[in-house]
Design a protein around this ligand. Structure first.
Ligand SMILES: [Mn+2]
Length: 328
């Protein structure tokens, strides 16, 4: 049906470049201050993936998550988020929260020290300006430089690692900065206190032995399913601490995230991961978190939507701010 020429037809266009959840863009280089509660940082790299054994493509993660559509997507004229309506609780969440898209780290392919230096500096800058760092990978190797930058501002933090894999190798084929050794590097930082890994199910024996020897606290996928996510968090994560949380989406059942780098069968469901994140958010102050391994290796909309929704649900658990019931 044709639109009547005199009828208002609403806005004609939208900006062409999408940001995370419609957040205003901030240039970390030039902005004097960061008036935000949350600073999103894209880290478009898969330089931590062993080639030729593992499929690459996680460089596209930030773009895929920006393009994913969730209910959290609008910014109000004053620059704050319009929030999202959750019919299950009949509440509007995250309304009025100040989100900022700080852009993507400039990755220097082939120069991992420079790339990680930039990543740490960007994360540190967001944290020291008072916003919570939300880093979107990229492969999982980003957790080391991001966690390092956050800890440089917060001081000692407890690290909670959610993943099907331990990523606790001292080195992989001689390299210390892979997406399977980054948690070992994070563990070694003097700023890292208690280190807890949740959801493990695909772990080599040598990494298991090292975790036991070095005092890593962990729960397997089976333990999460048997005890329940909230009970496991209650038992293993210390209360009242500053927490850095690293979320590899492959902790979910492989069928739920076919687009991740290494989908593993037998994982937890989306609701169980939500329950886990809610329990973690209630335990202490979240200094920052990353979500990684959203990949273009096998293009699908579902995986990136899953990553984007996990960010929304974790932010909701951390910042909450339910406003009045009823749809706004
Ligand atoms: Mn993993």
């Amino acid at each position: 049906m044709a639109v009547h020429p005199d009828e208002p037809i609403g806005p004609l266009t939208r900006p062409g470049t999408r940001t995370f959840f419609g957040a205003p863009q901030v240039d970390l280089e030039t902005a004097e201050s960061l008036e935000a509660d949350v600073g999103f940082l894209g880290i478009p790299t898969d330089q931590g993936v062993i080639i030729p054994f593992i499929r690459s493509g996680a460089y596209a993660g930030p773009r895929l998550v920006r393009e994913a559509r969730t209910r959290l997507r609008e910014t109000r004229p004053d620059g704050t988020s319009a929030g999202w309506f959750d019919i299950e609780t009949e509440r509007q969440y995250l309304e009025g929260v100040r989100l900022a898209d700080c852009g993507d780290v400039l990755i220097a392919s082939g120069d991992v020290q420079l790339s990680w230096g930039r990543t740490t500096a960007a994360a540190r800058r967001i944290a020291e300006r008072g916003a919570m760092v939300v880093a979107v990978g990229g492969d999982h190797s980003i957790s080391f430089p991001v966690g390092r930058g956050v800890a440089e501002v917060f001081g000692n933090v407890d690290v909670v690692h959610i993943d099907a894999h331990a990523d606790f190798a001292d080195s992989i084929y001689g390299s210390k900065f892979q997406h399977g050794s980054q948690l070992r590097r994070l563990f070694e930082l003097p700023t890292t206190d208690r280190f807890t890994a949740l959801g493990l199910r695909a772990v080599d024996r040598d990494q298991y032995d090292d975790m036991k020897r070095l005092g890593v606290v962990y729960a397997s996928t089976a333990t999460l399913l048997d005890e329940g996510p909230a009970a496991v968090v209650d038992r293993l994560v210390r209360p009242g601490r500053d927490l850095y949380v690293s979320i590899d989406i492959d902790v979910l059942d492989g069928g739920l995230v076919p687009g991740t780098t290494l989908p593993e069968p037998g994982g937890i469901g989306f609701r169980q991961l939500r329950e886990l994140l809610v329990a973690i958010a209630a335990k202490g102050r979240i200094a920052g978190f990353d979500i990684v391994e959203t990949s273009a290796a096998q293009a699908d909309v579902h995986t990136s939507m899953t990553s984007a929704w996990l960010i929304v649900h974790f932010l909701t658990a951390i910042l909450g701010r339910p406003s009045q019931g009823g749809g706004a």
